[in-house]
Design a protein. Structure first.
Lengths: 268, 391
């Protein structure tokens, strides 16, 4: 085999042999910060929708957070609802369109702070909807303040000395709580900090769409996403910081799968 | 001391000088810098307060309600959707006659989502029973914030200090910050007459049957009426102390002899003043009325301020769909009793952050000169962008 000479710049520019963006993404560029994990997570979701042939059969309900700007970039039916209320809006849609995959796109601030009641009650009712929580442990969109999911010791704009359990309270581990609820059929936590976790997360996202469609109740798919801006670290250090902070509290993997027995997902 | 400060930082320092016992807030653009600066003051040891980072505006308002009911000095801040989410609590706070202070960094209300400035948020809760004071500059916002605690505590009514989002909150201005000694002299420690105290048990808020509800509402309305005098007196006292008044109920500037008047609330007043200075000679002069107190509504002061005008243009930074302007409708109503009331033209401007350039001044003066000018319009809307039926 001939070794590639790397001492000089390439003689020919690289050839693009394939489209690298999922068809549901309208553009390759976005306005989110360098090193942000949210575009990676959203891309995975869109890829899975395509794989599951749900492109013409899904509606996204977006909460308020940085991910909200993807509403103009995703080629899916969507609506922007009020901060925290997506699971309730999803309920209304699902009841009227039972055959459609209804999914929410929310953040930790949107879901565990402002919207805790909605996600809990929607799970309690056992609605067959898929709820995504992009968890970065901060209100990224408003500049990096503490959310209900910020971890102990985490520095944010309003926990300058670090989150203190005595003063600021403890983080809410929503996935663990929901996994105790009969109405939630699938609860999992993924991450996008490296290639292996991205692959594992993609598999979980598939089930997060399939289980509610099979009538197993609500799916909560939490995804840890990097927010270097809101953590005040350089973009390149986001992944490491995340696994040192959020990663220590929020364990990755499936917490509950009510549909495991009927699993015909031969993807893995 | 005169310093160049961002509006939000100046407000945070003013709040800190009032020494609140409790601050509770939830972040929302463009209020965030105020609260962040407060939490920084706490972290640096310059503000000793119970700082509660809550999970929603609904809770923020409820926390300050609970704190103030025990006799604590309490503060919160929000904007836009946050004001709306708080709205049920805002009625509760006012109905219970709980004195506290809230900054509203005025922002449009969705849908469609907009993070930019107008005053739809404060207007949406105008009937909650709060005192509403609108600030035209960051200096006024600082001074009004300090005054607001005294007004609230004297009237036992909550006070909303409105400052235009971004235009004021995120803008640097040279501000004369009062000293702590001045503020201490102006604002004695809060002694709430109805504070919950287990040594002397009482109930704040209960179910009221039809035999009492009307009287409660009437007494709230009467207290608002009395607040007119308190707002004026507190501003006069502040002026004695600092040499700076903040605009009482309203202020009249510009050309006192002009036959055209323009009334506005908030930072647009500064734009109109600059417009008058730059275009006045050519376009014609105007009397400018800066309305600071929107609730209670200063009907009498307003009638005096407009006396002699042929046309009064009222600027609204929000609309009531199906009616038109809100401030404009209220102004028209209170001018009814005048023998020679001016013609009122009511124009909404700068909705959802639409820039209001100085050149709006000659355009408004031209409208006043036009006998066929519409009574209400979204003045700066580009109707060509719309479907024909919506124009
Ligand atoms: C009622 C209400 N309060 C506050 C806001 C302001 N707000 C917009 S986005 C956001 C933070 C969202 O945080 P998160 O869901 O964690 O998303 P991230 O930006 O971190 O992706 C907040 C507080 C709002 N839109 N509505
Ligand atoms: S603030 Fe954080 S979540 Fe928002 S775009 Fe930037 S990195 Fe992403
Ligand atoms: Mg977040």
């Amino acid at each position: 085999m001939r070794a590639i000479d790397t001492s000089l710049p390439p003689q020919r520019p690289a050839t693009k042999t394939a489209e690298f963006k999922p068809s549901l993404l309208l553009k390759e560029d976005h306005h989110l910060c360098a090193g942000c994990g949210e575009p990676v997570a959203i891309r995975l979701i869109l890829e899975v929708i395509e794989e599951l042939e749900l492109t013409q059969n899904n509606v996204c309900i977006l909460g308020h957070g940085c991910y909200g700007s993807f509403i103009m970039l995703m080629d899916v039916d969507s609506t922007l609802c009020l901060h925290g209320r997506a699971p309730a809006v999803a309920t209304g849609m699902k009841r009227m369109r039972p055959g459609v995959a209804i999914w929410t796109l929310q953040g930790d601030g949107d879901m565990t702070s402002e919207g805790l009641a909605e996600i809990m009650q929607t799970a309690a009712r056992g609605e067959d909807v898929t709820c995504f929580m992009l968890n970065n442990g901060v209100f990224g969109d408003t500049g990096g303040q503490m959310t209900a999911s910020s971890v102990i010791g985490q520095r944010t704009k309003n926990t300058i000395e670090g989150r203190d359990a005595g003063y600021h309270g403890n983080p809410i581990q929503l996935a663990e709580i929901l996994s105790q609820m009969p109405g939630a059929g699938y609860v999992a936590r993924g991450s996008v900090h490296n290639a292996a976790s991205i692959n594992a997360t993609r598999k979980m996202i598939r089930k997060a769409f399939q289980r509610p469609m099979d009538g197993h109740g609500l799916a909560l798919m939490e995804i840890l996403t990097m927010c270097p801006t809101g953590w005040f670290v350089p973009p390149g250090e986001g992944a490491e910081y995340m696994m040192e902070s959020l990663g220590k509290v929020y364990g990755l993997g499936e917490l509950k799968d009510a549909g495991a027995a009927s699993d015909d997902d031969s993807d893995d | 001391m005169r310093e160049a400060l961002e509006g939000s930082l100046a407000i945070a320092r003013a709040v800190a000088m009032a020494k609140p016992d409790v601050v509770a807030a939830y972040p929302i653009t463009p209020q965030t810098h105020i609260v962040e600066n407060l939490s920084k003051l706490v972290a640096e040891g310059d503000l000793h307060t119970e700082f509660v980072s809550v999970e929603s505006e609904f809770s923020a308002a409820s926390v300050v309600l609970g704190a103030a009911a025990t006799g604590a000095r309490a503060y919160t801040a929000t904007a836009s959707q946050g004001v709306l989410l708080m709205s049920e609590v805002l009625f509760n706070i006012a109905g219970l006659r709980i004195p506290l202070v809230m900054t509203v960094a005025n922002r449009a209300v969705g849908a469609p989502l907009s993070i930019w400035n107008d005053q739809s948020d404060a207007m949406a809760v105008r009937d909650a029973g709060w005192i509403h004071l609108h600030c035209a500059s960051n200096q006024e916002a600082v001074d009004t914030t300090i005054q607001a605690f005294r007004i609230a505590e004297a009237t036992e009514l909550p006070v909303m200090v409105c400052m235009d989002g971004f235009v004021l909150t995120h803008t640097m201005e040279v501000i004369d910050m009062p000293g702590q000694a001045q503020v201490d002299a102006f604002l004695p420690p809060f002694a709430f007459s109805r504070a919950l105290d287990s040594a002397d048990p009482r109930t704040v808020g209960t179910l009221v049957d039809p035999g009492w509800f009307a009287e409660m509402r009437h007494s709230h309305h009467a207290a608002m009426g009395r607040a007119l005098g308190v707002i004026e007196k507190v501003d006069a006292d502040f002026a004695k102390l600092t040499g700076r008044a903040s605009g009482g109920l309203l202020t009249v500037t510009g050309d006192p002899d002009a036959r055209v008047g323009i009334l506005a609330m908030g930072s647009v007043v500064g734009t109109l003043e600059a417009g008058l200075a730059d275009f006045g000679t050519e376009a014609g002069t105007a009397r400018l009325i800066k309305l600071r107190a929107f609730r209670p509504f200063p009907a009498r002061a307003l009638r005096e301020a407009v006396a002699g005008l042929d046309t009064l243009i009222v600027i609204d930074r929000a609309i009531s769909p199906g009616l038109g302007g809100i401030v404009g409708s209220e102004v028209s109503a209170v001018l009814q009793s005048m023998t020679a009331a001016p013609r009122v033209l009511n124009y909404a401007l700068g909705l959802g952050g639409r820039d209001i350039p100085e050149s709006v001044y000659p355009a408004l003066i031209a409208a006043a000169a036009n006998p066929l000018a519409p009574r209400f319009a979204v003045f700066d809307a580009d109707l060509d962008k719309l479907m024909p039926e919506d124009r």
